[in-house]
Design a binder for this molecule. Structure first.
Ligand SMILES: [Fe+2]
Length: 285
């Protein structure tokens, strides 16, 4: 989800990955990021994510070749990764997801940008997002999300879909028998948020609720004030329009919720003390 404008036809954005054009420095940057992240994710990430990394061969050898990834993804869940130059408009994005194609940036950050980039690069998009697409239930969720997105504009619900993506695909957590685990790519590709999301006393951790999430503003350039927690790493919500449209209608009459706000009927797994965000106030979207 993003704010890019332009053609709604996804074919206008598809590129060749240009695998042979990566430099040794590019691959070295990937290896540095992948090693660091694999280590920090142990015991914190959903098991299915690590299984996906291994099954796809997303290791420490360098930037993956999308052709190799796609041979394995297609067999497992019928998905493929397609290369795009950057953020693309919502409708083009939804169309790709509805067609089981995940758009991934093919460029990689510079060595001096290891810890922060403004737009997603191949490390965020591939290391962060693609492993879980090997999990059938997640693969179906992502496709259903794309299909819902194609309907959302005419119901004035694009911002609701953006929040849902944000709080699940990017910054989702899941409760497991082993404890809280990361399922969101925005967390999984960030060493600092990997630790913050699970271990900081600052953020709220609230049981996922579809309508609640679609009503909640989020922090774009900072750690989240609230993380929403799925009831298991396969408990992705179903997104039938029969269910979504009445929710969208009901939410039209309600105010948006601030990122750190709690409601009386939230199932609060951990109430944050807000210590981090008291010193880091930024606008919410
Ligand atoms: Fe992402």
């Amino acid at each position: 989800m993003n704010t890019a404008t332009g053609s709604d036809d996804p074919r206008d954005y598809l590129r060749d990955q240009g695998f042979d054009s990566y430099t040794e420095q590019d691959h070295a940057t990937w290896r540095t990021l992948a090693r660091r992240q694999r280590e920090i994710l142990q015991g914190r990430i959903a098991g299915a994510f690590l299984e996906g990394l291994d099954a796809l061969g997303i290791g420490e050898t360098g930037i993956p070749d999308f052709r190799v990834l796609n041979d394995r993804l297609k067999v497992a869940t019928g998905w493929e990764v397609v290369a795009v130059p950057g953020l693309i408009p919502d409708l083009a994005f939804f169309r790709l997801l509805a067609d089981r194609k995940f758009p991934a940036g093919f460029w990689i950050r510079k060595p001096e940008q290891l810890d922060y980039i403004e737009e997603p690069d191949v490390f965020h998009d591939v290391f962060g997002h693609v492993p879980l697409i090997m999990q059938p239930v997640y693969a179906d969720y992502l496709q259903a999300y794309g299909k819902a997105g194609l309907q959302a504009a005419e119901h004035g619900a694009l911002k609701r879909l953006a929040r849902l993506y944000w709080y699940t695909v990017e910054f989702g957590l899941a409760q497991t028998q082993q404890g809280l685990r990361i399922v969101g790519a925005g967390i999984a590709s960030s060493p600092s948020e990997t630790v913050f999301a699970l271990e900081s006393p600052s953020p709220n951790r609230v049981r996922f609720d579809l309508a609640r999430v679609m009503r909640t503003l989020y922090r774009i350039d900072d750690f989240q004030e609230t993380y929403f927690v799925l009831d298991g790493t396969e408990a992705w919500p179903t997104l039938d329009l029969d269910k979504l449209i009445p929710i969208w209608k009901r939410l039209e009459g309600l105010d948006d919720l601030e990122p750190g706000q709690l409601l009386a009927d939230d199932v609060v797994l951990a109430r944050g003390d807000g210590s981090y965000h008291r010193d880091h106030k930024r606008p919410a979207a």
